[in-house]
Write a protein that binds this ligand. Structure first.
Ligand code: ADP
Length: 598
């Protein structure tokens, strides 16, 4: 499919044309910026031609209107779909979305959350719809990737009425973080869902994201793109007490303070220029303000990397991207210096001699560094093109129902742990067969104990496994007093410890998880629904009063599997399911899963 991608900002328009067959290839790259005095600068590129200069377009509207002629003059035709970058998707836009009048109204209503960013994006969409009324237009949201962040990461500790009004953390640069994390996983040669990655996007705007086992878990930007790192002209983290102080001491209004935090802060405030190249040159020439700016910039980024390693309980890779992350070897070095205690050390020669040609993602860690460090160009437009295709293709009928079964808390034991709990040589007694062939519930029961409490009569499922795994609900985790992570079955590294009690003994073991919801499905049924092992899908619960849609449900294709989605008791209660229910696939495969198989 040939996709035209627009990224309309308040002062620039970037656009690209991509062909998304087996691989995604960029055919054309265009940009208009620096609008002034009825004209602007432009640059257009293909593989064989590169032109720049001035164009007679006074504003964004005029520039977008000029795109069809520019494309035909460069021999680019046959556009089949259009993708738009939209900065703020609020709490509801969790996936790329086909844009029509009602969705545009919904996005419009989010303008108070991103007054500087969303209006330009919408302006681009409306104009593109009038120019290409027959083409599907898809919105891809910067916030969507972060909607998986847990409440503890998204909640501000502020009065309930403020939270009710919408004050919460969202996070931005999601398309970039998602793309570079996928690219890093490909380069490392491991599935994204097995890695703990910190993605560091350092452009004019800058943010850090904890990508934990394939999902965004936290990111440094908050309600707005102002929180977090030091940026070109934005302050990043500032004590909110500054508002009262500045108002009382300097008589500034909220608007003045906000304007200064967005436009007159960051590198510009510290060193006189928002451009890191200027700041580095001044620092090199001995300017102490510029030197402080660089130190502060690196310190803040390093602090977030450490924080996110702690938040994820580990770190496998750090990925740098964005104009500064890609080009400034000295900034990468300053950020990484001192992280040896995390098992991260740089190879300074590699750091200084990287090439990012052709979507390369070079690794720059030292030999023996446990944590990998990668650099790659961010490719937001490329990612948007792929997500447009995914969004359009998923509208194929997927209405074969999926049976839903509720899993109560249970454990899978290793044979060694069976003996520790029930005595030497003990074998579990199969009681009832489960619907997944070869699996059964045992007659025996055990107790689980955590620092806050104990749960008795916990079911054991057989057969035994190489490693003990304890699956509880979030509510059970509170009873135990342990923060259990949501994990796919078998992903047990770094999971919390609990004590298990059996009739013949007790033991301490890791392996406590809240099982991520999943669908067991046979190869034939998967093929009928267009699904593959490792895909993630959304499932809408049907036929109940409290219907809801479960997003990001892992598909596990296994020979002879009985097709069934497994949810835990908390999820069942939320959906209003007692023992069994039924759901329908409402969206096809998520881009993330598709990308992993690229
Ligand atoms: P945006 O967020 O607007 O897309 P970019 O990702 O292009 O911005 O990043 C712009 C930043 O990258 C600027 O601060 C610029 O100075 C910096 N940058 C670009 N090239 C270099 C370089 N060679 N060395 C240091 N900084 C660089």
């Amino acid at each position: 499919m040939r996709v035209l991608v627009f990224n309309a900002g308040s002062s620039s328009l970037k656009f690209g044309v991509f062909d998304t067959a087996a691989d995604t290839v960029q055919r054309f790259k265009g940009g208009f910026e620096r609008f002034h005095d009825g004209q602007c600068d432009f640059r257009f590129r293909t593989d064989t031609r590169d032109e720049s200069g001035h164009a007679p377009h006074a504003d964004l509207d005029a520039a977008i209107a000029a795109v069809p002629d520019a494309l035909s003059e460069w021999g680019i035709d046959g556009i089949q779909a259009i993708g738009h970058r939209i900065v703020h998707g609020g709490p509801d836009f969790a996936a790329p979305t086909l844009l029509d009048a009602p969705t545009l109204a919904q996005i419009d209503a989010l303008t108070p959350l991103a007054p500087l960013h969303n209006p330009a994006g919408l302006q681009g969409v409306r104009l593109a719809m009038s120019i290409w009324p027959d083409l599907p237009q898809v919105g891809v949201f910067d916030t969507a990737f972060h909607l998986t962040n847990p409440a503890r990461a998204t909640t501000y500790a502020v009065p309930p009425a403020w939270r009710k009004a919408g004050l919460r953390r969202y996070g931005f640069h999601g398309t970039s973080h998602k793309y570079v994390a996928q690219r890093a996983a490909q380069e490392i040669g491991q599935p994204l869902v097995a890695l703990k990655i910190v993605s560091v996007h350092l452009g004019n705007g800058a943010s850090v994201c904890a990508v934990n086992l394939g999902q965004s878990m936290d990111s440094s930007m908050g309600l707005t793109p102002l929180e977090g790192l030091v940026m070109g002209t934005r302050s990043g983290d500032v004590d909110p007490g500054a508002f009262g102080f500045l108002s009382r001491q300097m008589g500034l209004t909220i608007e003045e303070i906000e304007h200064a935090l967005y436009h007159d802060s960051g590198l510009r405030a510290l060193a006189g220029s928002s451009d890191m190249r200027d700041v580095e040159a001044s620092a090199g020439a001995g300017d102490t303000d510029a030197q402080l700016a660089i130190n502060l910039y690196a310190y803040r980024a390093r602090k977030y990397i450490g924080a996110y390693a702690a938040a994820m309980g580990g770190l496998d890779a750090v990925v740098f991207t964005g104009g500064i992350g890609e080009n400034s070897a000295s900034m990468r070095r300053r950020i990484c210096d001192g992280l040896d205690f995390l098992g991260l050390s740089l190879d300074h020669d590699r750091n200084e001699t990287i090439s990012l040609e052709g979507r390369a993602a070079p690794q720059i860690q030292a030999y023996g560094s446990r944590v990998r460090v990668l650099v790659t160009e961010t490719a937001e437009q490329y990612q948007i093109a792929r997500e447009v295709v995914t969004a359009l293709e998923r509208d194929t009928p997927l209405d074969m129902p999926i049976p839903i079964a509720v899993s109560g808390r249970h454990v899978h034991l290793s044979s060694q742990d069976v003996e520790a709990l029930f005595g030497p040589g003990y074998r579990l007694t199969p009681d009832k067969p489960l619907r997944q062939p070869g699996n059964w519930s045992a007659r025996e029961r055990i107790a689980i104990e955590g620092p806050n409490g104990r749960i008795d009569h916990v079911a054991i499922l057989g057969p035994t496994r190489p490693r003990t795994q304890i699956e509880v609900s979030r509510t059970d985790a509170f009873t135990l007093g342990i923060d259990a992570p949501v994990r796919d079955s078998g992903q047990l590294d770094g999971t919390p410890h609990v004590r298990l009690h059996g009739p013949a003994g007790s033991l301490q073991t890791d392996g406590l998880i809240v099982a991520a919801r999943h669908i067991h499905i046979s190869p034939a049924e998967a093929a009928a629904r267009g699904l593959s092992d490792g895909d993630y899908v959304d499932v809408r619960v049907t036929g109940v009063d409290r219907g809801l849609t479960f997003t990001r449900t892992l598909v596990r294709v296994q020979p002879d599997a009985f097709t069934e989605m497994h949810i835990d008791t908390d999820e069942a209660n939320a959906a209003g399911i007692r023992l069994n229910g039924e759901g329908a696939l409402v969206q096809g495969v998520h881009a993330q899963a598709v990308a992993l198989r690229d």
